[in-house]
Write a protein that binds this ligand. Sequence first.
Ligand code: NAP
Ligand code: G4F
Length: 345
Amino acid sequence: MKKKIALITGITGQDGAYLANLLINKGYKVFGSYRRSSSLNLWRLEELGILESIELVSLELLEKSNIERIIKLINPDEIYNLAAQSFVSLSFENPIYTAQADALGVLKILETIRAVNKKIKFYQASSSEMFGEANSKKLNEDSRFHPRSPYAIAKVFGHYITVNYREAYGIFACSGILFNHESPLRGTEFVTRKITSTLVEIQAGRKKNLELGNYYARRDWGFAGDFVEGIWKMMQNKQPKDYVLATGEEHSVKEFADLAAKMVGFNLTWKGSKHNEYAVDKNTNKIIIKKNQEYNRPADVSFLKGDSTKAKKELGWKPKVKFKELVKLMIENDKKKSLKGKIIQ
Ligand code: NAP
Ligand code: G4F
């Protein structure tokens, strides 16, 4: 039987690496797009040991000619569009670039599919950030969007243009509204991996303390390895539909940091007032975690919790890794890197 061909944009990112691993194991021929620059960022593919099994192609989302060249060359069965400027905080500093990549980039791919081969299936990486300020209820496919950052607003465009190309042109285009998912391959700018990598570095004597912004934000954190299975299942569905993927459980940044610190071996006590809390190690009396206003965002999302009942019922998807296991997985991995004297990236 002919091997299925997949194109994953953003192969150098966290999800790109896990999804590529999954598709290779399923017998796909995987093409992965990276951004051409003076230095290549392939450490995730190397860590998973799959670099040699992927055909790398260069693609910049802002360049429609790149997108057309690659899609015409490969003519894939499935395109997974994971490439994006994905850091919410940076989107406040670079809103125009973020909109060009995360909103118009999606349209450029869909337009190319429409012109070149309408049979190509398309997955769009939508985000729970689109829900924005949603109070304390569980969010599903019918919940309303109230995006709170240029990133989230660009993702809303990407989401609806995907729905539109499905409805208008009959393209198999689906969108996964994914809640936060983390792993040892998560970028160190994101709060979970910033916490695990920095705490391990403090314990090794290479850093003094961990500075965070909004401790009280609450997120529904799952494991990226589980989430890419849901992404693949959406693309194998009979009908193209949109699904929420989430664990249904939320925790604060402070809870994540507190648990991670315990796992590293700190014995923390929290002191100070609500807006200036800091954590001290009872054994050494040193401040381990403290607030830094610089990490606050002009507008933040205070609470996100998802309801993935539809994905469970229709796709048979459910996450396996629980919160505690996730924190442990990330800490253990950073500890291993630290022991080997590796740079934590
Ligand atoms: P990530 O680790 O930041 O990876 C993003 C990828 O996009 C990287 O390969 C990056 O390349 C590439 N990229 C960025 N700008 C690009 C551009 N202009 N042209 C071409 N490629 C570009 O993100 P992730 O966590 O794997 O997330 C994957 C996707 O899911 C993203 O679209 C994200 O917005 C979305 N999402 C993520 C989560 C989550 O919790 N992880 C939740 C919901 C939705 P470089 O390596 O060159 O930077
Ligand atoms: O880890 P974060 O940067 O992730 P955020 O903003 O939730 O976005 C991630 O998940 C989205 C899905 O919901 C994706 F679409 C998106 O691409 C990305 O993967 O921040 C989480 C929370 C925020 O409320 C932030 O204000 O942690 C808070 N936080 C507190 N101190 C911090 C810090 N975030 C970061 N990055 N760094 C801090 O020092």
